[in-house]
Design a binder for this molecule. Structure first.
Ligand SMILES: NC(=O)c1ccc[n+]([C@@H]2O[C@H](COP(=O)([O-])OP(=O)(O)OC[C@H]3O[C@@H](n4cnc5c(N)ncnc54)[C@H](O)[C@@H]3O)[C@@H](O)[C@H]2O)c1
Ligand SMILES: O=P(O)(O)OC[C@@H](O)[C@@H](O)[C@H](O)[C@H](O)CO
Length: 498
């Protein structure tokens, strides 16, 4: 098969079964600036925009991506070489692949190279939405107090900088751009968070205004009064792109793409309709535009994301390395479903139009899709941002209402066991937890002398360490994980609760 390097000039040479943009990309203008162009943004928001553009709509809502981290340099290089084009490959469970080339991202700026160019884009009146997928850690929210946490050195540098100085962080760019737009009368843009955070819009609002208040209280008041931060629930399992994905794409289609995205066929986006200066007609491509996103996002975070945590640590300790292996193992699938039914679901309000039994069954099927090859390492990274956000609220509510906590306690214990950094076969585990890995590993290794040491961090767990019902379950599970291993511990728990 002839090789086609993915560039604008080569779009006409794409194979017949890989559609490219049907619209004239030259006619697309930027309306959205997006921070955090990673796998998920390219599989989700940019795909929805591309679908709209294929319908001849939203051509004034093109995306300009922005990267603020050193690690984003690679994305800058690839977007430059490929005219911002990339291939999105849906992997069906039966082995089928569906590929298409996405054209909705039309520019990419690597902020450290030219911060003023980013601010120029953000202050252009044509920019009406600034969207974010900057991970849970990108919001600087202290999980325990719920307050803005200014300990990140880059955030501290941006707070200390004089007004008008080029920022380094996402918050720095947002607030400086809003200051300039207020001062020159351009007016606000909408800040649209698409991260997996409960109340992602509310959190973005609270943290960004808290940051702004540290720099300029009047500006913070203006942001409070003028900038909308709609909440959203976003869903599509998007693993990291691997070299095998690149090679497979080339072998199947001839397309040479330095950074394609692979993901599951399922996709969902539920979005609140609060925008300062208009929005694309998202509902025309299946986005659910609703008044209140909360029931949907709690359902997703406490069932899907919290279950991912259950799968990650227990599965890894048991010797698995991929999510589908764990979800395909009856014991672990049963445990995960029981967590959902007995601990996650009782904390949820009814979700309009959703049958939760179907939803949960579909989740196990999605996790079990063997084509996705989502690694447990991805799911087990950044645990300090994830367990407190998704699982600790479930535990708290169940403790308050006398509900079950056994399985959640086992997941937390499995995190502690995983954070010791050695698996059940004595192999080292790479614990990825930005800014916290060393401290988490040290706390985990205080077992067995201090069995509750891992829970003592109140930033992460609040007062769980003081709750005897929780600590009794946690201690027993942690001990069982050490003496019997993950599989036997899960098995014993499931036998007991039959
Ligand atoms: N991958 C998924 O399955 C999935 C699904 C739903 C939602 N999400 C959300 O999207 C986020 C990103 O996931 P991804 O798969 O694209 O990850 P990724 O690693 O591919 O990309 C993450 C992007 O965020 C940027 N980023 C990270 N920390 C940042 C910070 N402090 N400030 C600014 N930018 C920062 C990175 O530079 C990168 O561009 C997740 O954390 C989650 O909230 C992901
Ligand atoms: O990407 P994170 O850090 O929010 O969480 C890891 C996974 O649970 C998550 O990426 C899921 O795959 C995703 O939320 C599915 O929509």
């Amino acid at each position: 098969m002839a090789a086609t390097t993915l560039t604008a000039a080569n779009l006409a040479d794409l194979p017949a079964d890989v559609p490219g943009p049907s619209y004239d990309r030259g006619a697309v203008s930027v309306g959205i600036v997006h921070f955090g162009v990673g796998g998920f943004h390219r599989a989700h928001q940019a795909m929805y925009l591309d679908e709209l553009m294929n319908q001849g709509k939203a051509l004034d809502w093109g995306i300009c991506g922005v990267g603020v981290l050193e690690a984003d340099k690679k994305m800058a290089e690839v977007t430059e070489t490929q005219d911002d084009l990339y291939t999105l490959v849906l992997k069906h469970a039966d082995g089928r692949r569906e590929a298409r080339v996405i054209g909705s991202i039309v520019d990419y700026l690597y902020a450290p190279d030219d911060p003023e160019a980013v601010l120029d884009r953000m202050t252009d009146p044509a920019t009406r939405i600034v969207s974010l997928t900057v991970t849970e850690g990108g919001y600087h929210k202290n999980a325990s107090t719920g307050e803005f946490d200014d300990r990140d050195p880059a955030i501290q540098a941006d707070i200390a900088a004089e007004p008008g100085t080029a920022p380094r962080t996402t918050f720095g760019f947002l607030v400086e751009a809003l200051r300039r737009r207020r001062d020159d009368g351009t007016g606000p843009f909408t800040v649209m968070s698409c991260d997996n955070i409960q109340g992602n819009g509310h959190v973005a609002h609270a943290m960004i205004t808290a940051y702004a208040r540290r720099k300029d209280p009047e500006l913070a008041d203006w942001i409070e009064a003028n900038v909308p931060f709609p909440n959203s629930m976003v869903d599509r399992i998007t693993p990291r792109t691997t070299d095998e994905d690149r090679e497979e794409l080339q072998a199947n289609t001839g397309i040479v793409d330095a950074w394609p995205v692979v993901c599951e066929p399922f996709t969902q986006w539920v979005l609140e309709d609060r925008f300062a200066a208009g929005r694309p007609p998202f509902e025309d491509v299946g986005v659910q535009v609703v008044d209140d996103v909360e029931p949907y996002e709690l359902m997703k975070l406490r069932l899907l994301n919290a279950s991912h945590q259950a799968i990650a640590y227990l599965g890894y300790l048991a010797g698995y390395r991929y999510a589908h292996e764990v979800a395909g193992d009856e014991l672990f699938a049963g445990f995960t479903r029981a967590y959902m039914d007995r601990e996650g679901t009782p904390t949820l309000a009814p979700v309009p139009g959703v049958d939760l039994d179907d939803y949960k069954a579909t989740l196990i099927e999605r996790f079990a899709n063997p084509a996705i090859r989502d690694t447990l390492a991805r799911l087990a990274a950044e645990s300090s941002d994830r367990i407190p956000t998704w699982l600790v609220p479930v535990i708290r509510i169940n403790l308050e209402q006398g509900g079950e906590i056994e399985r959640s306690a086992l997941v937390v214990a499995a995190w502690a066991r995983y954070a010791e950094g050695v698996d059940e076969s004595g192999e080292p585990i790479e614990v990825v937890d930005t800014g916290r890995a060393e401290e988490r590993i040290a706390a985990a290794r205080r077992y067995p002398d201090e069995p509750l040491a891992f829970l003592e961090d109140r930033d992460l767990f609040g007062d769980l360490v003081d709750d005897e019902r929780f600590t009794t379950a946690y201690r027993a599970h942690l001990e069982a994980l050490h003496t019997d291993g993950a599989r036997a511990t899960v098995d014993a728990l499931e036998q007991r609760s039959r």
